[in-house]
Design a protein around this ligand. Sequence first.
Ligand code: AMP
Ligand code: MG
Length: 484
Amino acid sequence: MQFPFENTYADQLTGCYTSWTGDIVPNPQIALFNHDLARELGLDAATFNSEEGARVLTGGLIPNTSKPLAMAYAGHQFGNFSPKLGDGRALLLGEIVSEDGRFDLHLKGSGKTPFSRGGDGKAVLAPVLREYIMGEAMHALNIPTTRALAACTTGQQIMRQNGPEPGAVLARIASSHLRVGTFQFFAARRETDKVRQLADYAIARHDPDLANQDDQYLQFLMRVSERQAKLLAKWMSVGFVHGVMNTDNMTISGETIDYGPCAFMDAYDPQTVFSSIDRMRRYAYGRQPQMAQWNLARLAESLLDLIAPGDPDRAIQLAGDVVNGFMAQHLQFWQTLIRRKCGLQHQDSGDRDLLADLFQLLDGANVDYTGFFRTLPDAKQTCDRFADPSEIRAWHVRWRARLQAEARAETAIFTDMDSVNPIYIPRNHMVEQTLQAATESNDLADVSTLLSVLSKPFTKRADFEEYAQPAPQGMPAYQTFCGT
Ligand code: AMP
Ligand code: MG
């Protein structure tokens, strides 16, 4: 069978990785295969979704077209710099070229590598399925993301905190796995030539129109800034909390990556943190744009020698301007999205106050964020969400009056709102329930149903009422753990 890999990373970036292969596992089986994604990529599903495919997608069988490798990268983890992280349990098998461009096929959980440090190099089923589900949900919400091509089981039992768990490998697709941390790895070692080589590669892959322009590296930084400003606006607009926004988990492409302890917020609260290890609330929902800016500053530092060679003051000035402009850029994207959520197309001088007042009302009111926007057109449903509805009632009257200025039929406005305000998101309690069933009974029927619900997040469907409900009152605060 022909596995159609190309290997530009392996061929062009010698020194940025270690050639490596995965473990041969006792019983590789494809548990879930993403037929839609395979189709989009122009892959022959029969090749990948096969016995041989399962061996390839767990890392034990290397097709002759693949030059597998573990990528080198560094990263700031919760603010502290680790000069050597790298793929500790992952392999880049190669690239797939489709009509939409070049994509990495990357395995997670394929065994130890020279970057494993203390880890076992493995992954287990529940977090692998969780990453699959979250990535598909984000994709359906029109948010740039890596996506799972397959989840495989390995036939191994892997020791984790609560005992042995079924081993698994995630095969994921990304428009690249270049991260801020990839640049930091070489910048920290003062290997400017390598940083340039990486930047040239990134530009060729993500911003080819910039290649060979005089200020291409500064413009590259601006592009990354814009992509991240937009991505963060999208996360914020749907209540997504990434949970571990370390610089090794921030992509150059602007795709969401590494769904470890992430989760969607139920009640609106900027302080929301799910990750058990984020005790300082560094990556709380409301701090995410600032954290992306902080990460962008780390990328800017890594690129200084390229931005104005031999003139560090000028480089700092130019790169600093980009980093300092991030928040305004982000807010602009965010406002556009929030305005759409509220059905506002025309600009009105009172809009800023109207929206600011809304978020003030939501803050601390224990109101389901996703549901609130979905039912916003209905005054009664909106008011019923609040213990004390007096202020939201007055706000709703103001909002309805403001809609008059749109000079469009309300039905058209409300239809537009439904197309951006999801009814189905991966609700934490539903995801947990589904993963538990999958791990305990080895039955993926519930996972498939959840994936089907999440694949059309804006379309209300009969039978799926329970997926639209927030967590039952009285459930303990949701906590997530790094996907190890
Ligand atoms: P993450 O939190 O998934 O972004 O991972 C951070 C770093 O830890 C990366 O270098 C991973 O490759 C590494 N890592 C995470 N889990 C394991 C594991 N079980 N074995 C080896 N390395 C791991
Ligand atoms: Mg990571």
